[in-house]
Ligand binder design. Structure first.
Ligand code: ATP
Ligand code: MG
Ligand code: MG
Length: 595
């Protein structure tokens, strides 16, 4: 009953469902075929989407868009979303990436079964597939195309092939190998498969139209020779299908109904349709065939989301790895402290459109705050500490050994989270910016002669400060005002305008604080032909040492907290230890970027 913003994809799916959804009669591939088995006992009368990552890198925020869109459409319309590893390019793909992708899809909140479990089993709306399971079928389909004169083996050099493809203004030129007979091409293709030719010696190409205004239709390559060990099929193959050939077949074999991809694939759609039509005509694929629909990419401001550029940031040491909290990778964003709920909400709010969208980082931060506001426990932390000495402490409490207990709700609106306990002593840590020897106009915190309230504690009156030989302030001096303890009768009799957060020096937990900001100084760092590396924000990571109130003792890694007045922080999931805490800043309490 959650109302989702409508978009053109929803409109298409609703129209298809309304017009009486025509299911695929059977799953592609012949019985006994790996492809046929991969599809499993699925209910064919459902919409089917897929998220098809290539396991050659880490997922980023743009992928989260595709994940939530495809899984979300399947969920909302009672369909199935296939998590499919598009693992047809062995040189760049690794098991490490397969595992990392699964982990992040699950982290975003989506689950899957193996296809054997059947549709809807265990409440999941997703199944897991590997494109490499269809290599046998893809090869058989290639032999079929060759037998029909629809594909040929081309022995031109890559340079000649490129030159003969032509460009937008010039039609292409036929390859001298284009006229070979199907028999001759079949012999060559089998030689390619059987390892009788070196890598790169020849390719299999579709025979379509070298003069097509769409360059993708000028006899695109279907197979190449590449001796590379595949993470799934090992050394069984020395030829591998090209993405443009493999992808439509994967969709068809899995009976995908709505193949949703980003706009840059629009020019590929004619080949997608051409290939599937030919294979359906030959009886290799069942109808109805899948349809491709393109939507605009999601780009987040102040980051880059090209895998190549992200890899460059990591390899050249501009960041501390793929999971650096400044990175827009999902592992990086998780480590930074962004929650899956906030990412899902941001991504869903952007819907799906026909243009590439730029979303401001501030929008994501807004969803993060909305998510954490109601659930993150509060605590006081001092990020830029200077000692505050309470001169009359022993006069008020009888001894400097005395500890005056104070408490505060862990969350102002969630009483179930209980109370935090901490205490006053003669010396506290406060923020350096909470004292000014000569106050500026409108400054209400500590300056000589002024009163302010220690939050959850007493009103104090500032008496001055201590300095070192260079004139740096080394301590702030103040006296407690009697009978002003928060929560006691008459506490409000002394009116003050400033409130000071603090941590007792006797019980403060020393901590490392990693203060993160935007990775780049400009919203679209890779727009135009600028060098994005020159726009890196040198202040995107600042490491300082501060103090935490004792309620944060034994905080487990990955716990999100709101440091009062400072913003949202998370105990670092990698480096945080109870004995040596490390907290990352996720974002401030309100958008202050650029102010
Ligand atoms: P990159 O361009 O960053 O290298 P990719 O598109 O090559 O990424 P894939 O693993 O092929 O990476 O992507 C899987 C799916 O995610 C594809 O369907 C792709 O269209 C989609 N996707 C990638 N980036 C974005 C984005 N910024 N917004 C929306 N969808 C995206
Ligand atoms: Mg890709
Ligand atoms: Mg891409």
């Amino acid at each position: 009953s959650v109302v989702k913003p409508s978009n053109f994809l929803r409109a298409i799916i609703e129209r298809d469902l309304e017009q009486g959804f025509q299911p695929a009669r059977h799953f592609g591939g012949s019985p006994g075929d790996a492809a046929h088995h991969a599809a499993g006992p699925l209910d064919p009368a459902k919409i089917r989407t897929r998220f098809p990552p290539e396991p050659n890198g880490y997922l980023h925020i743009g992928h989260a868009k595709s994940i939530c869109l495809n899984f979300g459409l399947a969920r909302d319309y009672g369909g199935i979303c296939h998590l499919r590893f598009d693992d047809t390019n062995p040189e760049k793909e690794e098991q490490e990436y397969v595992d990392a992708i699964k982990e992040m899809v699950a982290w975003l909140g989506w689950t899957w079964d193996s296809p054997e479990a059947g549709d809807g089993a265990g409440g999941t709306t997703s199944h897991l597939f590997y494109a490499s399971n269809y290599f046998d079928f893809m090869y058989r389909a290639a032999e079929y195309l060759v037998s029909q004169g629809l594909a040929y083996v081309d022995e031109q050099t890559p340079e000649a092939m490129r030159a003969n493809r032509g460009d937008f203004s010039t039609p292409g030129t036929d390859s001298p190998f284009r006229g070979r007979s199907p028999e001759e091409n079949l012999t060559r293709l089998r030689e390619m498969r059987d390892g009788q030719h070196p890598d790169g010696a020849m390719v299999l190409r579709a025979r379509i139209d070298m003069a097509s205004p769409n360059i993708n239709m000028r006899d695109p390559a279907l197979y190449r020779i590449r001796r590379a060990t595949h993470h799934n099929t090992g050394d069984k193959w020395c030829i591998y299908p090209m993405y443009t050939y493999a992808h439509p077949i994967e969709d068809a074999l899995e009976c995908i109904t709505h193949s949703v991809c980003t706009l840059e694939f629009e020019d590929q759609r004619p080949f997608y349709d051409w290939l599937l039509e030919r294979l359906a005509e030959g009886g290799l694929l069942a109808r109805p065939l899948p349809h491709q629909y393109e939507f605009g990419r999601l780009n987040l401001s102040y980051v880059v989301t090209s895998k190549r550029k992200l890899r460059q940031l990591v390899q050249e040491g501009h960041v501390d790895g793929w999971d650096d909290p400044r990175m827009p990778t999902l592992v990086g964003m998780r480590r930074r402290g962004y929650t899956p709920e906030s990412i899902r909400a941001m991504v869903e709010s952007t819907g799906a459109s026909k243009t590439n969208a730029w979303i401001d980082y501030a929008v994501l931060d807004g969803y993060l705050r909305a998510d954490l506001e109601g659930k993150a426990a509060r605590a006081m932390a001092v990020l830029d500490p200077v000692p505050l000495k309470l001169g009359n402490y022993a006069d008020i409490f009888g001894s400097i050994e005395h500890r005056e207990p104070c408490s505060a709700p862990a969350h102002p609106h969630v009483p179930e989270l209980g109370q935090r306990q901490f205490s006053l002593g003669p010396e506290l840590w406060i923020e350096r910016e909470d004292f000014m020897e000569v106050p500026s106009k409108g400054y209400h915190r500590l300056f000589p002669g002024n009163k302010a309230r220690l939050k959850y504690g007493y009103v104090i009156e500032c008496t001055g400060c201590e300095k070192d030989a260079d004139g740096n302030i080394t301590a702030v001096l103040a006296n407690l005002v009697p009978d002003t303890k928060s929560g006691t009768p008459g506490a409000d009799a002394v009116k003050v305008k400033g409130v000071i957060t603090w941590v007792g020096a006797h019980e403060g937990i020393a901590t490392e604080l990693r203060l993160y900001d935007r990775l780049f100084t400009e919203a679209q760092p890779d727009a135009g032909d600028r060098n994005f590396l020159e726009l890196l924000n040198p202040d995107a990571k600042r490491v300082v040492r501060g103090y935490l109130e004792p309620s944060l003792k034994d905080t487990p890694p990955d716990t999100k907290v709101q440091f009062e007045r400072h913003g949202y922080f998370v105990a670092d999931r990698v480096d945080h230890r109870a004995q040596s805490p490390v907290f990352n800043k996720i974002t401030g309490l309100r958008d202050s970027f650029g102010k």
